[in-house]
Design a protein around this ligand. Structure first.
Ligand code: S3P
Length: 445
């Protein structure tokens, strides 16, 4: 049997005659991070079911343990977090290694701003290039003592935490759930309400989960106000839905492949995450939401996706943060649609795990698409005839999956270098690719 979840360097993909089957995508990354972090500072034990077991969420898990919280792993996709209450974390003996994970470093920084000890947070080469001024500045405004490399803008981040002043209103220039969440988590240690206003709605898992744990969370327009609970947050069991950002690879593959019929089971379809469904439907995609239900406070459905002919669209404004991690795949959809596709207002793409404007353009161009790079997005000419070629993951899990999906649709062979990057969010991606009928070939070098 071929094992696909090895740290293979290169994988070769070619278009299968058909894509068929049912995929249960792994648990949602954003929700797994939050279930671990918030339950760590809650009162009581919490069981997390269906958690994402991948490099990013393991970094959060190990950080929580390093801060003195017991997390058991009884198996069967479950974790049990032994919450230590709002004052329960203890100083870590070493740097908290956040790996490749922006969510880990930013949410943890917000949380630790309120704890009376020193924390140092850092990560891999990609993470150490990502902007941290966006959390350092507001955390300082809340009264936290936070410093960071390069004049407060890059990791490592150093925090000397302590009680924070309440009654603060922060306006953030970026629509970012990581920034919003960092501010709200710092607000848990404040002696009054903390309000954050963002320019557009970003994903709302933090608001939902903290609300369910007993914090008072009020949402009005673009603003969220958190009133910390008098006592502790209450631990809650969390059933983690499937991650729409990983499902996106299959949604786009099945839509664009000429003979496809895929069911993606148990995918979270919260409005704040489901922008990709709105964009693809506007392009003409055939996606049915079957068996809609609520799992762990989040709307969930089975997504039934069949081949469809697409037309180009413009993606901009408020939908961008609702589809931020799926934009590289939407650019690929644009290349194979009729007419042009423009992605704008998406400068955030440049500060993800890679500069995704540049890396998406490079991937699509290597396969023969015509792509213009803009400061805030991409213009993609439709009607491309893609031809297999070598492509680079650039150390970015989403780019590795983009290359593989493009390889399902391009004539001939596409070889993805750095294919092991999928371990960040979807360790069994290559195995699932084989399961839907497109066995990739591993080239160990
Ligand atoms: C995330 C928020 C998004 C997203 C990231 C996960 C989260 O980042 O790109 O993969 O879990 O809060 P921003 O909110 O900073 O855009």
């Amino acid at each position: 049997m071929t094992m696909y979840n090895l740290p293979v360097e290169r994988m070769t993909v070619s278009p299968p005659p058909r894509l068929r089957g049912t995929v249960r995508v792994p648990g949602d990354k954003s929700i797994t991070h939050r279930a671990l972090l918030f339950n760590a500072v809650a009162e009581g034990d919490a069981t997390i079911t269906g958690f994402l077991d991948a490099a990013d969420t393991r970094d959060t898990l190990e950080a929580v343990r390093a801060l003195g919280v017991d997390v058991d792993e009884p198996g069967e996709g479950r974790l049990v977090v032994r919450g230590r209450g709002r004052a329960g974390l203890t100083e870590a003996a070493d740097v908290l290694d956040c790996g490749n994970s922006g969510t880990t470093i930013r949410l943890l920084s917000g949380l630790l701003a309120g704890f009376p000890f020193m924390s140092v947070l850092s990560g891999d080469g990609s993470l150490r290039r990502r902007p941290m001024g966006r959390i350092v500045t507001p955390l300082r405004a809340l009264g936290a003592q936070v410093t960071a490399r390069a004049d407060g803008t890059l990791p490592p981040i150093v925090i000397e935490g302590g009680p924070l002043a309440g009654g603060q209103h922060i306006t953030t220039p970026v629509a970012s759930a990581q920034v919003k969440s960092a501010i709200l988590l710092a607000g848990l240690a404040a002696d009054g309400p903390t309000q954050v206003t963002e320019p557009a709605h970003s994903r709302d898992h933090t608001e939902r989960m903290l609300g369910a744990m007993g914090a008072e969370v009020a949402i009005e327009g673009m603003s969220v106000t958190l009133e910390p609970p008098d006592g502790d947050l209450q631990a809650i069991d969390v059933r983690v839905p499937g991650d729409i950002s990983t499902a996106a690879a299959w949604i786009v593959a099945a839509t664009l492949h000429p003979d496809a019929d895929l069911v993606l089971e148990g995918v979270g379809v919260s409005r704040s995450r489901a922008g990709i469904l709105d964009v693809l439907r506007a392009m003409g995609a055939d996606i049915d939401l079957e068996n809609p239900r609520v799992v762990g406070g989040e709307p969930v459905a089975d997504l039934h996706v069949r081949s469809a002919a697409l037309r180009g669209v413009r993606v901009d404004g408020a939908i961008v943060p609702r589809a931020i991690d799926e934009l590289p795949l939407l650019a690929l959809a644009g290349a194979l649609a009729e007419g042009d596709t423009v992605i704008a207002d998406a400068a955030e793409l440049r500060v993800k795990e890679s500069d995704r404007v540049a890396t998406t353009a490079a991937t699509l161009r290597a396969l023969g698409a015509e792509v213009e790079e803009h400061d805030d997005g991409l213009a993609v000419a439709g009607g491309a005839r893609l031809r297999g070629a070598p492509v680079e993951a650039a150390g970015d899990h989403r780019l590795a999956m983009l290359g593989a999906v493009a390889g399902l649709l391009a004539e001939g062979e596409t070889t993805v270098s750095g294919a092991g990057a999928v371990s960040v969010s979807y360790p069994d991606f290559w195995g699932d690719l084989a399961r839907v009928g497109a066995a990739p070939v591993a080239a160990r070098t």
